[in-house]
Design a protein around this ligand. Structure first.
Ligand SMILES: Nc1ncnc2c1ncn2[C@@H]1O[C@H](COP(=O)(O)OP(=O)(O)OP(=O)(O)O)[C@@H](O)[C@H]1O
Ligand SMILES: [Mg+2]
Length: 214
């Protein structure tokens, strides 16, 4: 999803992961209307959807292993989650996930000592541990420099291809949308301006998204 600030990209992502409900219209996710579900059923669907945020949403003063293990929270019991905060459980799974995102040596590092790119890798490792069917990434690279942005985009794409997970992102960087995604949806003022295979996206379609903004 691309589009100017305020177009509704983050709002749409929140509708898809059930942290926001529509006041009109219908949203169906994995075949279900989230606003019709009980709290328990909603949590079940939410465990099948992983979200990665621009601000990483990690707990700064915890070791990396705990932040990665938070990916289990959707599946673990409350008591198991609590115990794991004191003595981390399933270290092997956390390590494997961290290895997949390329920084296995950081397992016991305090999260706030990591660079932005490394923190985003931890957030991705957490989603890998959650093992959802779909990954939503809300501007996953807008806090990163251009070199790191490409690395994180490559990583997200590679992981979603390898594991067969759907990947939906909102992006400001049109060039990455074109180079890494097969479908691009242009949003403007809460409406879909275009929804097209990347091959058919033209310069004028992109311009129409941003024209008359100021
Ligand atoms: N619950 C809500 N109900 C109605 N409007 C909302 C709600 N939440 C956000 N909005 C409005 O929707 C608009 C879109 O906001 P959103 O954050 O989704 O934009 P965005 O495309 O993600 O922008 P950016 O690129 O700056 O992140 C904003 O004007 C916001 O005030
Ligand atoms: Mg946003």
């Amino acid at each position: 999803m691309v589009g100017p600030s305020g177009a509704g990209k983050s709002t749409l992502i929140r509708l898809l992961n059930g942290t926001l409900f529509p006041t009109s219209g219908e949203v169906r996710v994995l075949g279900q209307r989230l606003d019709k579900l009980s709290a328990g059923a909603l949590r079940k669907v939410q465990s099948r959807i992983g979200t990665i945020y621009q601000q990483f949403h990690l707990i700064d003063n915890l070791q990396v292993v705990h932040n990665i293990n938070a990916g289990h929270l959707a599946h673990w019991s409350f008591s198991r989650s609590l115990i794991s905060l004191i003595r981390p459980m399933d270290i092997q799974t956390a390590f494997n996930a961290l290895e997949q995102v390329g920084i296995p040596e950081k397992l016991y590092e305090r999260t706030d000592r990591l660079s932005g790119g490394q923190q985003q890798r931890v957030a991705i490792a957490r989603v890998l541990v959650q093992n959802p069917e779909a990954i939503l990434a809300d501007e996953p690279i807008s806090n990163l420099d251009p070199g790191l942005s490409k690395e994180i985009m490559d990583l997200l794409l590679d992981l979603s291809y390898r594991s067969g997970k759907t990947l939906i992102s909102s992006l400001h960087a049109i060039e990455f949308a074109k180079s890494h995604y097969e479908r691009i949806i242009g949003l403007r003022k809460g409406r879909i301006l275009f929804d097209s295979s990347t091959d058919f996206i033209t310069e004028s379609m992109i311009n129409s998204l941003y024209q008359g903004r100021n």
